[in-house]
Ligand binder design. Structure first.
Ligand code: NDP
Length: 249
């Protein structure tokens, strides 16, 4: 079927919570075997059990995207399972919400290393394995609308996400020769366990009033764009950076 993923192997980084966890389930439901990767092994195992209970295939693999050795070991483990990840969702991310003058060098490094360098390490290692096994693939980077539009107290985060946008375009150009597509999704504010209290607060309500459709995204709103980019339905799409945000903030 047009949006189906039967026979595909999807690596999702940052699958232990929030958007990554949800996307892992969506990809499994569409027929992909899911490799759920992050640092918290217990949370990954719970997700894998849930996916298996639904009748799909999934594996948990430990991964710290800021550590080159860990990235390599993650892909070695996928190969040891007899698989090659041909859908890669680079979703692992973090943020430090502080005014620019309060952000420390450590804050800056943590955000840039996770969101931008982590994306680079995962995407390039994924491509190396695809080329080695002569397979085509689809890489989907999770940037943010804050990579285009700016809010307060997110200087490192916004910079990292803007970097992911240009990185996606540059990589797409180079990887076309290998049959590897590279696209990005730029979510607006997405309601997750971590931010639901804030988004429901007075400050959150003010933000919501600035969204043209006057609403935040639910994780399900990302399902269609994700499956479009992951599946053959989006086979002619590469280097695109898709906002999914109910209208620009
Ligand atoms: P969460 O904090 O719920 O999830 C972040 C995930 O990233 C966790 O699974 C965490 O797992 C993982 N992670 C963090 N650091 C690392 C690391 N060094 N190595 C491997 N995994 C790591 O956040 P969200 O689900 O909200 O965010 C997911 C992505 O979506 C991020 O890139 C975020 O920037 C982006 N986004 C989110 C929006 C929102 O409104 N929620 C809006 C726009 C973009 P663990 O700690 O187990 O390693």
């Amino acid at each position: 079927t047009l949006f189906g993923l039967a026979g595909r192997t999807a690596l999702v980084t940052g699958a232990s919570s929030g958007i990554g966890r949800h996307m892992a389930k969506t990809l499994a439901q569409a027929g992909a075997t899911v490799i759920a990767a992050a640092r918290r092994a217990d949370k990954l195992q719970t997700l894998v059990d849930e996916i298996k209970a639904s009748g799909a295939q999934a594996y948990a693999v430990s991964l710290d995207v800021t550590n080159a050795e860990s990235v390599k070991i993650c892909f070695d483990q996928i190969e040891a399972l007899g698989r090659v990840a041909d859908i890669i969702v680079s979703n692992a991310g973090t943020t430090v919400a502080k005014p620019a003058l309060d952000q420390t060098e450590q804050d800056w490094d943590e955000v840039i290393d996770t969101n931008l360098k982590g994306c680079w390490m995962v995407d390039t290692e994924a491509a190396r394995r695809l080329v080695k096994h002569k397979k085509k693939g689809s890489i989907i980077n999770i940037s943010s609308i804050l990579g285009e539009r700016v809010a307060g107290a997110v200087v490192a985060y916004a910079t990292s996400k803007a970097g992911v946008i240009q990185f996606t375009k540059a990589l797409a150009l180079e990887f076309a020769r290998y049959g590897i597509r590279v696209n990005a999704i730029l979510p607006g504010y997405v309601v997750t366990d971590l931010n639901s209290d804030f988004l429901a607060s007075e400050a959150g309500k003010k933000l919501e009033a600035r969204v043209p459709f006057r609403r935040f995204c639910q994780m399900e709103d990302l399902d269609g764009p994700l499956l479009l980019l992951a599946s053959d339905a989006g086979q002619a799409m590469t280097g695109t950076t898709l906002p999914v945000d109910w209208g620009h903030l």
